[in-house]
Design a binder for this molecule. Structure first.
Ligand code: UDP
Length: 500
């Protein structure tokens, strides 16, 4: 963990750890991987981030800023062969991939194995550790062929991972006919209930099943786990997951706290297209609002609501009386009626509501003093960003790990109010129609923003948690200590071997 004076163009050091991060090419995975690379580079390691062309374009500004400031971080851009897996050209942008073709995108990413290995052999220094998204089973072969250790990266919480692990290991769904029947998660001290619909297991969802076993095998034989979480938030679950997997777990989060400057935050995950709202415009708008008065509403980078849901949500926000920032990706996607509704809504609420149609500088917004609550889909990055910012949340899960993240926020940490959704909604396709009514939206928003004694208690817990999160990444904190330990383990000794 020596501090380093190396510049971005001086990656040739012989003793440094060299981590190669291979994220899944979805924003929720790329963003925390880039933050992790920046953290590693800040604390004395070399870091290379692998990305396909569309994703490389989105992160290049961030990597360039870091290199200019002297951090040894590299972007490794590899071409994506869409035609080979039956994807249309341009499908590198997951927002443009039809729902049933996402699994083909995974196939296309698996084809990066050979080009990645060639690249790493041709561009010294030789890697000392592959940090692979847990979704990439194919990096097992790359690491083996290169003869280097491979860690799996999770931007997920240990609570979620342990719940899912225990449900599977103890066959908790056996004999449960109804996907919506709650079962108790085995092996936990706290009583937590889940349904198979909410937590079917990673990749145990229609279309993805053929990937599930390979991914589980790859997870089981990893050389360790890097997790975007922090010990003090969920100590028993971090320990429990490490024990269950018999693996070293390095919690290094919240990685979003890497960013201390407006410029790098505004560039974080930013889209290169014109829909990105200017960070300054958001800040100016928020500057005009009272402390803790604004509710921020966003459902991450993938989820799309049904047009009817957009209307109900809009009416609910209006009725709440609270100032709001509402992020809607691709509003054109919802059609004429919704566009008209949004136009009218903006007029009716005037300066009380700000609609962001495109990519929002989320972490910048969450940390503005005017923001007092977050209506979130419980993607782990968003959930942890809310925690780091000390905000109570309205939890509105859609799919994947989001239902378990909701349980962490509401039942374990006590910082959330559930909107009450019980069933998943994947790629804007629901098994049946699930629309949350405007009254439920209004009530949930009111309770996080102005919820009496209970609301005060949630806010107090959220602030205390944010203090712990910030302490974890500072000198003497658990996440920083883990990061330094991680770097030290994968440094190269004089004989050219990693010290691990
Ligand atoms: N994000 C953002 N602006 C947006 C939408 C999302 O900065 O308009 C960021 C957000 O801060 C988070 C990530 O994108 O870091 C989304 O990840 P998350 O796990 O919350 O949800 P996902 O997009 O994977 O469903």
């Amino acid at each position: 963990g020596a501090s380093n004076g190396h510049r971005g163009d001086e990656l040739g050091s012989g003793t440094k750890a060299h981590f190669v991060l291979v994220p899944l090419m979805y924003q929720g995975h790329v963003i925390p991987a880039v933050d992790t690379a920046l953290l590693l580079a800040t604390h004395g390691a070399l870091a290379s981030v692998v990305a396909t062309p569309y994703n490389a374009a989105r992160i290049r500004p961030t990597i360039d800023l870091a290199r200019q400031s002297g951090l040894p971080v590299r972007l490794v851009e590899l071409p994506l062969d869409c035609a080979a897996v039956g994807l249309p050209e341009g499908a590198d942008n997951v927002e443009k991939i039809p729902a049933d073709l996402h699994v083909n995108y995974f196939d296309a990413l698996a084809l990066l194995a050979a080009p990645l290995e060639r690249h790493l052999r041709a561009h010294p220094p030789y890697p000392t550790c592959i940090v692979s998204d847990f979704c990439h089973a194919w990096t097992v072969g790359v690491a083996a062929s290169l003869g280097v250790p491979r860690l799996t990266f999770f931007s997920m919480c240990a609570f979620c991972l342990l719940c899912q692990h225990n449900v599977e290991r103890f066959n908790a769904y056996d004999g449960v006919a109804d996907d919506n029947e709650p079962v108790v998660v085995p092996g936990l001290e706290q009583r937590i209930e889940v349904t198979r619909a909410q937590a079917p297991g990673f990749f145990r969802t229609p279309g993805f099943e053929r990937l599930a076993d390979d991914i589980e095998r790859a997870r089981a034989k990893a050389d360790g786990v890097v997790m975007n979480s922090f010990l003090e938030m969920e100590p028993e679950y971090v320990a429990g997951y490490a024990a269950a997997r018999n693996m070293k777990v390095w919690t290094i989060g919240p990685v979003s706290l890497y960013h201390r400057h407006k410029a790098t935050l505004a560039a974080r995950g930013n889209t290169t297209d014109a829909t990105a709202v200017a960070a300054d415009e958001c800040i100016r708008w928020l500057d005009g609002k009272e402390a803790s008065s604004v509710v921020y509403v966003s459902f991450g980078s993938i989820a799309h609501a049904d047009p009817k849901q957009v209307l109900e949500l809009g009416h609910g926000l209006e009725a709440s009386g609270q100032p709001f920032v509402w992020v809607l990706k691709n509003p054109g996607f919802y059609g004429e009626a919704v566009s008209e509704f949004l136009g009218d809504l903006e007029e009716r609420v005037g300066g009380r509501g700000m609609l962001i149609k495109g990519w929002a500088p989320q972490v910048l917004i969450l940390n503005h003093a005017a923001v007092g609550g977050f209506v979130t889909h419980c993607g782990w990055n968003s959930t942890l960003e809310a925690i780091a910012a000390g905000l109570p949340v309205v939890t509105w899960p859609h799919f994947s790990d989001q239902f378990l993240n909701e349980k962490l926020a509401v039942e374990v940490l006590g910082v959330g109010v559930s909107i009450g959704v019980k069933e998943p909604l994947m790629w804007q396709v629901a098994q049946k129609e699930i629309v949350v009514g405007r009254e439920a939206v209004e009530a949930a928003v009111r309770s996080i923003m102005d919820g009496g004694d209970e609301g005060e208690e949630r806010r107090r817990k959220a602030l205390a948690l944010s203090e712990k999160a910030k302490a974890a990444v500072q000198d003497g904190g658990s996440s920083l200590a883990n990061l330094l330990d991680l770097i030290k383990r994968f440094e190269v000794d004089a004989g050219g071997r990693t010290t691990e």
